[in-house]
Design a protein. Structure first.
Length: 213
């Protein structure tokens, strides 16, 4: 599994699920570490007990990702950070397209990663920050085999509660991982060139060909 897929296989801890099909509205006053701990346990328990997810039922996995995981991610902020200094140069329409395509790319990756969840256990580590606007929640994910994986989340406070805008695994942040390839493509063929690349990659992933990352 490549680094991006590994990160996103574990970022299932971002989802807000209960066993079964009922969702609980997020408490806007819930502390970021409490939120991550709660939803981590709920998601891992649900994923490992769902035979359809384990066997790779694409429709069910995609619906689960769209409805339960993505509401906890601030994609506009994440995309702007991944695009970097070129973000302000993009028109509003280009920015909208970038967010849409980057979101779709991560949906495909989440969907592919979700079936990898087996018997992971999440332990919360001391939180960094946690002020009125920013926090970094650190967790350790124990696996059946191998060393525990350090998985951290950067969150920001919004009117709807805390939202994730970056994730790291053993020090490799998701935004930085994409930032290099995005920057190279923009240098080569501009904002429209990056959008085209993302559109084509999403088409390949939708058809079952290729891997996200």
């Amino acid at each position: 599994m490549n680094p991006i897929r590994k990160i996103l296989a574990l970022v299932l801890a971002l989802a807000s699920l209960l066993p079964g099909v009922y969702a609980v509205a997020q408490d806007a006053n819930e502390a970021p570490d409490v939120l991550v701990k709660r939803i981590s346990e709920e998601v891992l328990n649900t994923a490992k007990d769902n035979k359809e997810i384990q066997t790779g039922n694409t429709g069910q996995i995609r619906a689960l990702v769209e409805s339960k995981i993505l509401p906890h991610v601030n994609f506009e902020h994440m995309t702007s950070l991944a695009v970097g200094s070129d973000w302000p140069k993009a028109t509003p329409e280009q920015q909208k397209q970038l967010v849409t395509e980057f979101r779709a790319l991560l949906v495909h990756t989440y969907s592919g990663a979700l079936s990898q969840v087996k018997n992971q256990q999440v332990t919360l580590k001391p939180m960094r920050g946690g002020d009125a606007k920013e926090a970094e929640v650190r967790t350790e994910v124990a696996q059946a085999r191998g060393e525990p994986i350090q998985l951290n989340y950067r969150l920001e406070k919004t009117a709807e509660g805390w939202k994730i805008y970056d994730i790291s695994i053993v020090g490799a942040w998701l935004v930085e991982t994409y930032k290099g390839s995005f920057g190279a493509e923009i240098t080569k063929s501009g904002i429209d060139g990056l959008i085209k690349v993302l559109v084509e990659k999403n088409k390949r992933l939708a058809s079952g060909a290729g891997k996200a990352g």
